[in-house]
Design a protein around this ligand. Sequence first.
Ligand SMILES: [Zn+2]
Length: 209
Amino acid sequence: MRNYLVKTPVLLKAIYNRCVWHINEHANSVYITFDDGPHIAATPFVLEQLRKYNAKATFFCIGKNVEEHPAIFQQILDEGHAVGNHTFNHLNGWKTENFSYFKNIKKASGFIESNMFRPPYGRITLNQAIGIERMFPKMKIIMWDVLSGDFDIALEPNACLNNVIQTTKPGSIVVFHDSAKAWDRLYYTLPAFLKYCHQKGWNMKKLNF
Ligand SMILES: [Zn+2]
């Protein structure tokens, strides 16, 4: 028991230190990210909302979805946003053998040119984080400090909005999802959140690694 208690925080810290959780250098900027697209309806909706505020964001795409929706993926790039790798098949690192995990990231990188990786479900082992550093030396593992909870179908849209408004501060990396599952909350929360950031005078920027 004691061994477990001592060891776990050390492991977590080693993983934690290898990841980017927020951005320090831009005191007045927030970094909004969208996971799991491109999606046929949700992604064009997100792009339209961002356009209203001239906001830039980062899209952590699933390789399989880029293969299915290349035109939407291209639109993300054409509108000046950043993209990141979110594996080809949305693999859970805790449940995936390392070789398969790396191979899946590599496959996604054939569709998504980026030095940013976000592990699906935020679940990655220390060995996987170290493996990524070795296999993809320029790759940064990007996590977040604000989780909207838009993927939680039990969450009321208004509670989702309150989540992001109460926890976002300058330098925050905020997670939404351009996916069918998140749609009911995204549709409600994103326009209001962008308006809130705009009123705060925050620049909405893409991540740049
Ligand atoms: Zn995901």
